[in-house]
Design a protein around this ligand. Structure first.
Ligand SMILES: O=C(O)CCC(=O)C(=O)O
Length: 471
């Protein structure tokens, strides 16, 4: 059990020095929870009530979602939005019969509200002193504070659909209430059915509602290795690079603060993101030039033109090269095309690490830090879907149970093949027997995009572009 110690002059002694914490963050390749690292941070007192006093009449945009256990993820494009003060939010959330104010159309028993992904710099523009209340320097990032942080305030059931962040790794400080995190490792990406629609730079969404999966549509999800953890106040979760996550508020009010830490590998990720943007914008604006809102996540300002996207891509490639010109001693400075990895020094530390130290070396190195003040988030034992789910009653429990049985029989250990050797489709709709006859609508723009901008395809395109420019 973790304990909090004080030194002889009564100051808190943190379990890890900033150097040690950073060492752990930079080498650990599995999620873990830090304890006793924020006991003296002023922001530990940032309850929603406190923030409503600090922010006074500031109107904040809340995402409104339905409390349901549908199998389809509630993407941000499907939600509605309410501009309200925190005080109005708290009134709606506490006095549930209240039918006035900006939330009047939202029955509290049916909806949740989420002021999510709010950059401090926008929220506290008149009050930047509060940036000092967040001290990521304790984790080995000197000078990093609220300026590089985002705030999340939600009601019971508020959640973020399953996605991975393409840039950086993440530190999340839980301030008020508890949140349940469902995490999946990057190697399980095919089992998460990645999609770029809705499009948002820096997020790859999963088509699966991971707390109530439709296993008939997404059979590979059965193989995904869920790691679950409940994050309580004063704990800090470390989310390693490219780990998928679905996050839900399981208390009446939750407040959390996070900061994404940039990594060397982000230079390659920026090239990949620029390629993705170019393809998504080209195809979606050709499909319907007037309706970008249907596919563009509300966090994106607008669909960008092809010219802008190409210059963004060129900029990302130049930045990639300018950050990988000087090789570090002992590392390859050649681009090698070996069918799966074309890497340049510093471009992809995951693989450099596993080449030089063997798989799992990062985990082992950090394992020395595990103990009462650093708890690894472990794979969840296999549970029937009804027990792993979100905070709401599972409407389609029976259906999911049936699916489980069906797939226990039919799911093979290898990933299903899309094409047989003779080139015929063997999986998905076309092989189902009950599939609709061939029609023009068989392949939609989104079907095409799902394949074109699949992370594995984009990785290969980025590598070919970089290789072409380095000759
Ligand atoms: O807390 C949430 O709802 C989501 C947080 C998240 O996605 C992140 O910190 O990357």
């Amino acid at each position: 059990r973790s304990t909090l110690s004080r030194n002889t002059v009564g100051e808190y002694v943190k379990p890890f020095t900033p150097e040690k914490a950073k060492d752990i963050i930079m080498s650990l390749q599995q999620p873990a929870v830090f304890h006793n690292m924020v006991s003296d941070w002023p922001s530990r007192h940032w309850t929603a009530e406190h923030l409503s006093e600090v922010l006074q009449h500031k109107r904040i945009r809340f995402r409104m979602g339905v409390k349901s256990a549908d199998t389809v993820p509630q993407f941000e494009t499907m939600c509605s939005y309410v501009d309200a003060t925190l005080e109005e939010f708290l009134t709606w959330n506490c006095d549930q019969s209240n039918s006035f104010g900006p939330f009047r159309d939202y029955d509290h028993s049916k909806f949740w509200a989420y002021a999510d992904y709010k950059y401090f710099v926008n929220l506290f523009e008149d009050n930047s002193d509060v940036f000092q209340d967040v001290l990521w320097s304790d984790f080995g990032f000197p000078g990093r504070n609220g300026q590089e942080s985002t705030l999340w305030i939600g009601s019971l059931g508020a959640h973020t659909p399953c996605h991975l962040d393409t840039y950086g790794c993440n530190l999340v400080f839980q301030v008020q209430g508890r949140k349940r995190w469902h995490l999946f490792p990057p190697e399980d990406t095919p089992c998460l059915y990645p999609t770029r629609i809705p499009y948002e730079e820096s997020s790859v969404f999963s088509k699966v509602n991971v707390v109530n999966p439709d296993l008939k549509r997404f059979p590979w999800f059965r193989k995904a290795r869920r790691h679950s953890v409940t994050l309580s106040p004063r704990q800090v979760l470390f989310v390693p690079r490219h780990w998928w996550h679905y996050v839900e508020s399981i208390d009446p009010v939750t407040v959390s603060i996070n900061s994404w830490i940039e990594l060397e590998e982000d230079h390659l990720a920026r090239v990949e993101e620029a390629i993705t943007r170019t393809l998504v914008c080209a195809l979606k604006t050709s499909e319907d030039p007037h309706n970008s809102r249907a596919w563009l996540n509300p966090t994106e300002v607008e669909a960008t033109s092809h010219a802008v996207n190409c210059s963004y891509l060129s900029g990302a490639i130049s930045a990639f090269f300018s950050h990988s010109r000087t090789p570090k001693a002992g590392e390859d400075d050649v681009l090698e095309a070996n069918g799966g990895s074309v890497e340049k020094e510093g471009s992809h530390v995951d693989q450099t690490r596993s080449r030089s130290q063997g798989p799992g070396a990062g985990r082992r190195a950090a394992a020395s830090g595990f103990g009462p003040d650093l708890c690894p988030v472990l794979p969840a034992p296999e549970e029937p879907p009804a027990h792993r789910g979100g905070v709401f009653e599972n409407d389609s429990k029976e259906l999911a149970d049936k699916d489980e049985k069906h797939f226990a029989k039919s799911c093979c250990p290898q990933r299903p093949q899309m094409m047989s050797e003779d080139g015929n489709a063997t999986g998905g709709q076309a092989a189902a027997g009950s599939a609709p006859g061939l029609s023009q609508a068989l392949i939609s723009t989104d079907d095409l995009l799902d394949c074109l901008v699949n992370p594995q395809v984009i990785r290969m395109v980025a590598q070919l572009l970089i290789q072409g420019k380095s000759l």
